[in-house]
Design a binder for this molecule. Structure first.
Ligand code: FAD
Ligand code: NAP
Length: 312
């Protein structure tokens, strides 16, 4: 009979590794299923400037390797597969892995993160990391005093545009409609800034392609009501939403309409199913930062520890 684990953590981003570190120290002998993206989203960025204590700006891969080493040294067992199916209700949870095996556990910590939604253009793919970004907090610094474009009309796009307006020469906000999903207060602030010429709205505009010289972005081509036009920019920030990686849990857990896992039922990281906890971007609609993910990973491990104590 296959043994029932105390806790299985799903995902190897900052939330998953931090949950593993705390679970090890609580004596829970955690198993961590890494998923396809070992180290999570941060591994796609060349420089991290806001991880506390690391003002040497580590690259995402080495930072995440150090988190993995920490979790490994404390005794985490790793499974380099993905969870393809989950049966979460009841006291014994069953996960089916991509290799076909099943793993059973008394508690589960879901840290499956989110995937940035991109426009899906070939040219966008070509210039990712060479002028196309989805994170102004992370990459805005590289475009100081330059002209950039932000694509999107939600709060994230407005927050990105406001942040970039403090760094860049000019920010174009490109949106496919002429009304916004973004909070009023954000729209007001950016509209005020547009009066200074620092920000310009290009509305009813669909992105046709990103233009570049083969190495880096030089502009963005948009289709507007008056035809095709090119805007000269060196950076393009895509802010058209994120997709939480939670498809596997549909029908098992209460999710918001955008797929984000609902938490806060009993403890902060508890989900709608007892013994199942969620941390990081998969359960976050606001902050979506590495450090907040790590922080909630810690909370989820502590919540799982208390749950297991109550079970026994
Ligand atoms: P993620 O990092 O998204 O990791 C999710 C993990 O879950 C992955 O390991 C994946 O393989 C795994 N997974 C998914 N589905 C399954 C499954 N079915 N089975 C098993 N495993 C699964 N934040 C900052 O604070 N500073 C920055 O400088 C910064 N730069 C960024 C740059 C870029 C380009 C991007 C995209 C994001 C950046 N962020 C930054 C945001 C930060 O990366 C995220 O907030 C953070 O990584 C979220 O951590 P997480 O652990 O919740 O999930
Ligand atoms: P969002 O609210 O879903 O907005 C996404 C925007 O991108 C929309 O304007 C949408 O256009 C546009 N869009 C989507 N797909 C597109 C495509 N293929 N091509 C062009 N444009 C596309 O996402 P978000 O801005 O990331 O916000 C997510 C959640 O976090 C929201 O609940 C938001 O309130 C919250 N948030 C809050 C703050 C804050 O400071 N309060 C900051 C960031 C995020 P349409 O409008 O035409 O659909």
């Amino acid at each position: 009979m296959e043994k029932v684990r105390k806790v299985v953590i799903i995902g190897s981003g900052p939330a998953g590794y931090t949950a593993a570190i705390y679970a090890c120290r609580a004596g829970l002998n955690p198993v961590l299923v890494t998923g396809n993206q070992l180290g999570g989203q941060l591994t796609t960025t060349p420089e991290i400037e806001n991880w506390p204590g690391r003002n040497d700006n580590p690259d995402g891969i080495s930072l995440m390797q150090s988190l993995q080493k920490h979790a490994t040294d404390l005794g985490t067992e790793f499974i380099y597969e993905s969870v393809e199916k989950a049966k979460l209700k009841g006291t014994e949870k069953v996960l089916t892995l991509s290799g076909g095996n099943e793993i059973r556990a008394k508690s589960i910590i879901i840290c499956t993160g989110a995937s940035v939604r991109y426009l899906g253009l070939e040219s966008e793919e070509q210039y990712k990391g060479h002028g196309v970004s989805a994170c102004a907090t992370c990459d805005g610094f590289f475009f100081r005093n330059k002209d950039v474009a932000v694509v999107g009309g939600g709060s994230a796009a407005f927050v990105e545009a406001l942040y970039l307006a403090g760094l860049c020469n000019k920010v174009y906000l490109i949106h496919r409609r002429d009304s916004f999903r973004a909070e009023n207060a954000l729209v007001k602030r950016l509209t005020e800034l547009s009066k200074t010429g620092k920000v310009e709205f290009i509305l009813n505009a669909n992105v046709d392609s990103i233009i570049g010289d083969g190495n880096k972005v030089t502009g963005i081509r948009v289709v507007t009501t008056t035809g095709l036009c090119t805007v000269d920019v060196e950076g393009v920030f895509v802010a058209i939403g994120h997709n939480a990686n939670t498809q596997v849990f549909e029908g098992q857990l209460e999710l918001y309409s955008d797929g984000v896992i609902k938490t806060g039922f009993t403890t902060q990281t508890s989900t709608s199913v007892k013994g199942v906890f969620a941390a990081g971007d998969c359960a976050d609609r606001v902050y979506k930062q590495a450090i907040t993910s790590a922080g909630s990973g810690c909370m989820a491990a502590l919540d799982a520890e208390h749950y297991l104590q109550e079970l026994s």
